[in-house]
Design a protein around this ligand. Structure first.
Ligand code: HEC
Length: 101
């Protein structure tokens, strides 16, 4: 009995890590409002298309934008939402984006 409870508790704690779904995050974290539902029809012509991007590259860019290491005339718009995502979510989003066609 005690063991069952422990297992249940362990599952409850680890569930969020497994539940990270890039497609859901992409909607929930407002990414689609700027980059488009399909990640390739941005609202502004000078905003980047993300579909099919190399996952490691996308992950690094997001981390750099969040930290301020990447900063140019357009970065402010993107930086404004980066507080919504942690490193694990950035990774899940990058993997999701890399698989879009
Ligand atoms: C308010 C509009 C806006 C929102 C919301 C937004 N972005 Fe961005 N995003 C931008 C802009 C503008 C850039 C270009 C920034 C730059 O040039 O430094 C960018 C850049 C990026 C890049 C780097 C692209 C490259 O080729 O280097 C990635 C990856 C990205 N966004 C993913 C996301 C994800 C994932 C979300 C949701 C968590 C998101 N963005 C939300 C506007 C936005």
């Amino acid at each position: 009995m005690k063991q069952t409870l422990l297992i249940a508790a362990a599952l409850a704690v680890s569930a969020p890590a497994f539940a990270l779904d890039g497609a859901t995050l992409y909607k929930e974290k407002t990414c689609l409002t700027c980059h488009g539902k399909d990640a390739k029809t941005p609202i502004m012509p000078n905003y980047p298309k993300l579909a099919g991007q190399n996952a490691a590259y996308a992950e690094q860019q997001m981390k750099d934008i969040k930290s301020g290491a990447r900063s140019n005339g357009q970065t402010a718009a993107m930086k404004g939402v980066m507080h919504l995502v942690n490193d694990a979510e950035i990774k899940a989003l990058s993997e999701y984006l890399s698989k879009l066609k």
